[in-house]
Design a protein around this ligand. Structure first.
Ligand SMILES: Cc1cc2nc3c(=O)[nH]c(=O)nc-3n(C[C@H](O)[C@H](O)[C@H](O)COP(=O)(O)OP(=O)(O)OC[C@H]3O[C@@H](n4cnc5c(N)ncnc54)[C@H](O)[C@@H]3O)c2cc1C
Length: 409
């Protein structure tokens, strides 16, 4: 494995870093203030300004491996760039590289029809609209996606969709015009062929955004995480992606690249938390010494550096495997980094909070919010336990026949 940056990546890293320093970090407070003014669920002017500026500089759609529509970067090449964007909670959207749009756009590129691409992918790529992914349901344990009960029934040349979803990230934003709905379309089919992914416009009659769900009290406006009711929603039959019963086939593709992006971003956030921790530790004095020289604080800093570097290498390893062997064959590596990245980021942010004392849990520093966001990734990307189960199964699978580990369902 060669982890050296190509000239192209090095150039993009430098330009992205300069853009973050000149534009994104100074905009963080402005963004907060604009969200707090009036209706929190409206897009902010500052974000639209940042997008226009980044686009003009050619820092746009850097994700999308194996497609001429993006910057033509592999997962390995994109990883260090997503890390830089991940240093700020508002750092990805200016470059049109924010979740869940990146994953959704990849789905449309790979599985959308020409019509889907024209109607939804093109405005998404231009950054004019946003999107959501509606899979999780309040009524069933959604870590097992075969449990999904919200359904779509064919009626002539339409689907009729009913059910309740929640944690549909981004659906509160008025710019969110399209959702990828994952629902039950054939309960009698084999387990992994019962569900389909269907494109549902957010303004389709019967779609009701019931409420935004806060995360530890943070509403994440104007993006938000919505509970959504689908009541006799009718969409054309052609809105099904790839084909009826092929939802899990798509999920394998989407949950690879789209979700490893979170890991890359988490590492960026951990880096910035370490930076804040170091600065605080040398700028405050207690008991006659800088904080860095008290107790085990220097060890906390050292351990943070070690863990971040380990996590980065593991992420690059997963990206490398995805590029070389394909998403399907990289499943264990993807699962490994999904466990490691948010846990490392949480650990580092927690130490940074501690080094900041009371200030660490206040809103004067971003650490408390970052902590809340990283904590959700231990669930939002699928619970740690599910990833561990997949890794363990893969390991054991080397020593037993494939079917021996199958459940009776
Ligand atoms: C901030 C946030 C954003 C999200 N965004 C989206 C989104 O945009 N779209 C979307 O569809 N969903 C989204 N989700 C939902 C997320 O994907 C689910 O919460 C997750 O898949 C878990 O499903 P669940 O909440 O139903 O938990 P459950 O399935 O009820 O699981 C609860 C717990 O059971 C345990 N468990 C489950 N399986 C195993 C196992 N195999 N071994 C051991 N223990 C296990 C774990 O501890 C797990 O946390 C988001 C969630 C959050 C918090």
């Amino acid at each position: 494995m060669d982890f050296a940056y190509s000239a192209k990546v090095q150039d993009l890293r430098e330009r992205l870093t300069a853009f973050m320093e000149a534009n994104v970090y100074p905009a963080e407070k402005v963004f907060e203030e604009q969200v707090a003014q009036g209706d929190r669920w409206q897009p902010t002017q500052i974000m639209e300004d940042l997008k226009a500026k980044a686009k003009a500089e050619g820092l746009w759609n850097l994700f999308l491996p194996e497609s001429e529509l993006g910057a033509g970067l592999t997962n390995m090449e994109y990883a260090p760039l997503a890390e830089i964007m991940g240093r700020s909670l508002i750092g990805s959207e200016p470059f049109n590289c924010a979740a869940p749009d990146t994953g959704n756009m990849e789905v449309l590129v790979r599985y959308g029809s020409e019509e889907h691409k024209r109607t939804w992918l093109e405005p998404l790529l231009r950054g004019e609209i946003r999107s959501a992914f509606a899979m999780t349901e309040p009524g069933v344990a959604s870590s097992d996606a075969t449990n999904m009960e919200a359904n779509a029934v064919r009626d002539g040349d339409e689907w009729v969709i009913n059910g309740r979803k929640w944690w549909t990230s981004g659906a509160c934003d008025p710019r969110c015009k399209i959702m990828i709905f994952m629902g039950l379309t054939n309960p009698d089919a084999p387990r992994h062929q019962q569900h389909s992914m269907i494109l549902v416009p957010t303004d389709a009659p019967g779609v009701k955004i019931l409420r935004p769900l806060p995360v530890f009290g943070y509403d994440d406006a104007p993006h938000g995480h919505a509970e959504v009711l689908f009541e006799n929603v009718r969409v054309p039959y052609e809105n099904v992606l790839l084909g009826e019963g092929r939802g899990f086939e798509i999920a394998q593709g989407r949950l690879g690249p789209g979700r490893i992006h979170h890991c890359m971003r988490s590492i960026g956030m951990a880096e910035r938390a370490l930076e804040l921790m170091c600065k605080r530790s040398v700028s405050r004095t207690a008991f006659g010494k800088p904080l860095a020289r008290l107790g085990g604080n220097i060890d906390h800093i050292a351990n943070s550096r070690i863990e971040i570097n380990q996590a980065r290498l593991l992420t690059l390893n997963a990206a490398y495997m995805m590029d070389k062997a394909g998403n399907k064959f990289a499943q264990s590596e993807i699962a490994q980094i999904k466990v490691v990245a948010p846990n490392v980021a949480l650990q580092v942010i927690d130490r940074a909070i501690q080094m900041h004392g009371g200030a660490g849990v206040s809103n004067d520093f971003p650490l408390a919010y970052w902590y809340a966001m990283q904590r959700t990734l231990r669930l939002a990307d699928g619970p740690d336990e599910v990833h561990r189960a997949a890794i363990g199964k893969y390991e054991i699978g080397k020593y037993v026949p494939k079917d021996a580990l199958r459940s009776s369902r």
